[in-house]
Design a protein around this ligand. Structure first.
Ligand code: EPU
Length: 342
């Protein structure tokens, strides 16, 4: 079927992934409205291609050229869609930049997302891995989302339970992978706002600023300062934030490790499991600041892999594999990557 979609072929994705690695897409289509998704679905040739949905490209490692169709989500728009006594409901389109959206909510005096300031990426990508930082995850502020289902060709609304959020995890990494495209997300921002400042980094930063009763804006400013210090700016040095998830172990595994490594950084979870700081494990293995080819481990945070200039995705994947082997040998813990590999 003839179509008028503005597809580009053999398109470089270098500027569309925050690692800044070179890889090309067989076909590339910026999506400016949800109608375009239905048009892709109704075109037999396009619908048959492997698909990759791209937001800000901040959670992906491109290890080779992509032989299919990249859908780059560029749908824009933010609006307050309702309120009740508990919350104000704000809907943002998938193509909005996450940090700019958080700032929009704060400018409208809507607190709740401030701990998630400066996380790279787009609104549409945020639920996929249930982004989180400093004691808040997107699931804590999530109301619902609209998606386009490539299997049925329909738009559907999913509530929080249907998204099956977990630590850096959701239904979109499992049953709905390769099928659902997030169109917009609605957040419930609490009317009775309370500061979430139990993370030591945040408490210390606020204390340094002599702030005792922080507003949402104060917390946002503190988080921006912390992240700027600890994490590399992808516009300057290619990276995808934390490269590995913090591994979850049993209390008895923790106790065994503590016997040998009394400094082990660990956090008891509400469900009885224990999270270990992957950055600490990697640091202990001596990887912090190391370089392998053009890939490296960031100097200020061992959990972040960086492109020191001209690294290929395969090179970064190779470095990640070496780190996994070392951490497994030393601590008996398997690190799981956070970004999706392609
Ligand atoms: N640590 C080291 N050496 C390092 C890095 C960390 O010893 O090189 C230690 C730190 O001293 C600290 C502990 O490890 O005791 C944890 O480090 P940090 O507080 O920096 O947080 P994280 O566990 O490394 C997680 C998230 C971040 C999020 C922060 C704050 C994951 C995989 N990462 O990092 O999320 O911003 O907590 O909540 O859960 C991301 O997902 O991309 C991301 C940046």
């Amino acid at each position: 079927m003839a179509h008028s979609l503005p597809i580009q072929y053999d398109f470089s994705l270098r500027d569309h992934n925050t690692f800044g690695v070179e890889a090309s897409a067989h076909a590339y289509l910026p999506i400016a409205s949800s109608v375009m998704l239905a048009e892709v679905k109704s075109d037999a040739t396009l619908a048959a291609m492997p698909r990759l949905v791209l937001g800000g490209g901040s959670n992906i490692l491109l290890t080779k050229d992509f032989p299919g169709l990249v859908l780059h989500m560029e749908i824009k728009g933010i609006e307050i869609v309702g309120e009740d006594e508990d919350a104000t409901y704000v809907r943002a389109a998938a193509g909005e930049n996450w940090h700019q959206f958080v700032q929009w909510t704060l400018q409208h005096n809507l607190g709740g997302l401030e701990n998630l300031s400066l996380i790279p990426g787009s609104v549409g990508a945020a639920p996929i891995q249930n982004i989180g930082a400093y004691g808040i995850e997107i699931k804590d502020r999530f109301h619902s989302l609209t998606l386009f289902d490539f299997e049925t060709g329909e738009q559907t609304t999913l509530d929080k339970a249907a998204c099956m959020f977990g630590y850096r995890d959701s239904v979109f990494k499992h049953r709905l992978r390769d099928r659902a495209v997030v169109i917009d997300v609605t957040f419930a921002l609490p009317k009775k706002w309370q500061a979430v400042i139990r993370y030591a980094d945040v408490t210390q930063e606020l204390a340094a600023r002599k702030i005792t009763q922080p507003t949402a804006q104060d917390i946002s400013a503190a988080v921006i300062a912390i992240r700027t210090r600890k994490l590399p700016d992808p516009a300057v040095i290619g990276n995808a934030g934390s490269f590995f998830k913090n591994p979850v172990v049993t209390p008895s595994q923790r106790d065994t490790l503590l016997a040998t490594y009394p400094q082990l950084v660990n956090y008891a979870q509400p469900d009885g499991s224990v999270k270990l700081a992957a950055g600490w494990l990697i640091d202990q293995c001596g990887w912090k600041g190391k370089t392998a080819g053009a890939a490296g481990v960031y100097e200020n945070q061992a959990l972040v892999l960086v492109n020191r200039g001209g690294a290929s995705g395969a090179e970064i994947a190779q470095l990640a594999a070496s780190i996994q082997v070392d951490v497994a040998q030393r601590f008996g813990v398997q690190l799981e990557p956070e970004p999706i590999f392609l």
